[in-house]
Design a protein around this ligand. Sequence first.
Ligand code: ADP
Ligand code: MG
Ligand code: MG
Ligand code: MG
Ligand code: MG
Ligand code: MG
Length: 725
Amino acid sequence: MGLLALGTPLDWPETKPLAEHIRNHGITQFLNTWKRWKDRSGEGLLWGDEIEMFVTSLDDSVPAAYLSLRQSEILEKLKNVTEDPELAKFKPAGCRSIPTFHPEYGRYMIESTPGCPYTGSLKDLLTVEIDMRFRRKIVRSHLLPNELPITLTSWPRLGVENAVFTDPPTKPDPEHSASKSQYVGQLITNPHARFPTLTANIRQRRGSLVDIRVPLYVDKNTVLPDGVKAPLSGGVPPPAKPEPGTPYIHMDAMGFGMGCSCLQITFQAFNVQEARTVYDALVPVAPIMLALTAGAPAFRGRLADVDARWNVIAASVDDRTEEERGLQPLKDAPFTIPKSRYDSVSLYIANDARNKPEYSDVYAPINEKVRERLVANGLDNKIATHFAHLFIRDPLVQFSETIDQDDEKSMDHFENIQSTNWQTVRFKPPPVDSPIGWRVEFRSMEIQPTDFENAALSIFIVLLSRAIISFDLNFYQPLSQVDDNMQRAQQRNAARANKFWFRRQVFPEDASSYDLESRPVSPPYTPTPPEGEEPLSPTSVLHGVSRGLAAANGHANGNGNTNGTANGNRSKSPLNTLRRSGSVSSCTSLLEEEEASEGPEFAQMTLDEVINGRGDFPGLLGVVNAYINSINADVQTKCEIRRYLDLIKLRAKGELVTPATYIRNFITTHPDYKHDSIVSDQIQYDLVKAIDEVERGVRAAPELLGKDYVGSGTGTLNGAHNHAA
Ligand code: ADP
Ligand code: MG
Ligand code: MG
Ligand code: MG
Ligand code: MG
Ligand code: MG
């Protein structure tokens, strides 16, 4: 999260008339940066991660785990840790700086980043986990005795009706809250003006509450409303979006998506060309990593029939009007917009002959005035079109004090649009008055229960970016395939069961033809018309499901089972259960149909094949290994890196499970689970405790982490530095 300027936020009717002003000055600000930075080269690799976590408060007497709403108090204490001479004493060996902590959307969330970015040296990569663990330790040391820092992607019971899920308890207030949600109240949102304003203005621009639907995992005792029939969800995973007439979990507030936690990686490029090349190469990698990191199998107290957060967060900030969504004939809106502001990338941007226009094959409306202005100022069409696409959006939060800005000194109007285009990969121009150069942010990954996993994934992505540059790799594939992969990535058990489109031949065929100087500029981009995608129409299913599950949920909560984790009952490992159940080989029939249409350029591969390779295709890990072998580093360092890369390898192979599978298995094998899709307070409490114990290494989870995992131990700083009191 960048700068959070304070001021008086404008509501939507006040912001809307300023949209053109903000976009115009935003482009002026960008052009000023472009002029300063377009020809600069030589920035070295610097990179950093962002880890989002939940603060949970345990009440053993219920028992229940709540979201603790003490973000402001905790951040107030953490604000000064950078200067705290006491804390420096606790800085672990190898950790170069005191980390920094930032607010996030949920009032129960803390984001952390390294105090200063890492370099690309292998030795520095070995400090990533140390740094992440130090951050967790610092947070832990500033919590109350009954609170825990937890890195889960979705909070299973956020928004359960007629239930307590926050500490202190909060109630929905459909009349007065910014979201008008029937499930969550104002107090789940960070109180800083930016967040409630964002929430309200998205809802007002859209003209209705946001409408989030994920398929419900239907079990043998699941209560469904009359007329709604769903097959048992045992076998083939259904599509990641609910089909008409099938049951789904309904959510209606920004917090359900933006209140999820994720793992993001930002790295600085040598120059703008390199940033554009790496951006493009990472676009097809985004769904692959979403599948590999999937960690969100439950929402609003129910098991979902998806494993990941993406569609939830996309829908949670979908500010498109009915016209833009294609539900009404166009009157005020210039075009329909196929995607939410939070979605996958719709245009490749590199000035590279390999970036063929036909790969950008999804409809991406553009702001033609912006494109023309950028081209008139010397930008090539590819990059101009990228920003012209981002600038179809309206600004969402504007403070009255900063309407007029010095366009030489500010990028705020530019960032207003740029930073509310939440795509899988973000191309970040240099900030003003800063040595920071062109950067690329990789944004699709879900947060993992342990920092071992978070570090492993961060290291993998950074090394992959090095391999992309070093070997001049070509990952281009049609964006329609990438979008298809995004949906496949979220399906239940996708990491093990699904196939993903990927490019077969990734190495340059003729290295000489890829000389940067000789790459021709591609012809102008012409948008293709939208493909009449029918959005779901609201059905009565929704409220029926809500009521049915509410009743079942009340029942589950009232059964008086306070019997701890009862893990002794679970003799078979979740991994074995999964293997025996035969769900491993399932793919959708759609997938099989499409198999026939594979051409010589692209193939559908399992996650194992995409990561670990098959035949001539080296796999993403294969190119990372080749990169490591190509650089000068001592054997010991390479061995230690191997420990992290093995997690990627084994998870892709299916020998280790994703967090989503771990959590799903934990829930469905819990003695309090009634095979009714409901995640009770008891189950969530035990899950949260288990996740914390797994992280600290006091509870084994070999199916998730392998047998050699060493936890973070007791996890607090020396008692002398416990600021909780
Ligand atoms: P945002 O929320 O806008 O994505 P953050 O400030 O939370 O951004 O995180 C930015 C990340 O980029 C941090 O991990 C930080 O360490 C890293 N970073 C900082 N400086 C650089 C740099 N010069 N190049 C690349 N990454 C950087
Ligand atoms: Mg951030
Ligand atoms: Mg964040
Ligand atoms: Mg952020
Ligand atoms: Mg940000
Ligand atoms: Mg970020």
